[in-house]
Design a protein around this ligand. Structure first.
Ligand SMILES: Nc1ncnc2c1ncn2[C@@H]1O[C@H](COP(=O)(O)OP(=O)(O)O)[C@@H](O)[C@H]1O
Ligand SMILES: [Mg+2]
Length: 254
């Protein structure tokens, strides 16, 4: 069984940054290979991890729909063909593999292809001790039931009151959707002072979050975004990395 970490939150709060750094920290501790799932249609986890996702599952879904519609006259089954296609999307790096979902569904029925995607993800996930899922804003992917049982659900926010209110809203949504998770952690990112905003305690109670982690505003991370470099370029004593190490230890993930 693999351990699934899913990272959610509104747009631009640091989900992809946190996902990439967590993947890196897991690898550094020898918890590998990690499966990185980029579930944001704007595919950018690959760049932060220093790889390139040339094909996305979204693109293949389009093909899958045609396959499902036409039926196949070759010897292989539709399921096998789709599995092969999805395997083509897997980017293999030394310590992790990455699969990018690409654009979401267009018009028409994708149920069949979506179900295949779900079963293939479940199947390939079992080969990895850790799976990290970087989501688009909101809970779209989780609501499509692409993953069902999350071990640690991370909700990332900025320190603003509105950001924290979004966390509470996401939590209500997760509850409505009956999303199963064992642990909820709220990450308050880009703190300019070395303390959490007061309002956090209310949100922690409201959501029943197990942990609240503060991550500092960091110039190295900001520069990384400007230059488009991967997280390899960060110094080993980067304060955000330090906080994530503490989180992994505290959360009992490793
Ligand atoms: N702790 C931080 N300090 C400075 N910049 C950060 C920090 N966390 C994220 N960023 C920057 O914020 C921007 C959005 O981050 P990103 O991870 O892409 O957000 P999301 O995936 O939620 O849309 C990026 O330019 C990133 O470098
Ligand atoms: Mg992102």
């Amino acid at each position: 069984m693999s351990y699934l970490i899913a990272v959610t939150g509104k747009g631009g709060v640091g989900k992809t940054t946190v996902s990439a750094l967590l993947i890196d920290r897991l690898i550094k501790r020898n918890f590998k290979p990690v499966l990185a799932v980029d579930a944001d249609p704007n595919t950018c986890l690959d760049a932060l991890l220093g790889v390139v996702a040339r094909q996305t599952v979204g693109g293949i879904r389009e093909e899958a729909r045609e396959i499902a519609g036409k039926g196949m006259s070759t010897g292989i089954s539709k399921q096998e063909l789709l599995e092969m296609k999805i395997a083509e999307c897997l980017v293999e790096a030394e310590n992790f593999d990455l699969i990018a979902m690409g654009r979401p569904e267009g018009p028409g029925c994708y149920c069949y292809a979506n179900n295949v995607l779900k079963s293939v993800l479940t199947e390939i996930s079992s080969h990895y001790p850790y799976v990290v899922l970087d989501n688009e804003a909101g809970l779209e992917n989780l609501s499509r039931r692409i993953v069902q049982n999350v071990d640690t659900l991370i909700m990332v926010t900025d320190p603003s009151r509105r950001g924290l209110e979004t966390v509470a809203r996401l939590h209500s949504l997760a509850k409505e959707m009956e999303l199963k998770y064992n642990r909820l952690a709220i990450f308050v990112n880009r703190l300019r002072k070395n303390e959490l905003p007061e309002y956090v305690s209310q949100i922690k109670t409201e959501t029943g979050a197990d942990m609240v982690i503060g991550l500092p505003e960091d110039t190295e991370l900001a520069e990384l975004a400007e230059t488009g470099q991967s997280i390899e370029a960060l110094s080993s004593n980067n304060p955000v990395i330090r906080h994530l190490d503490e989180f992994l230890a505290k959360a009992g993930v490793i």
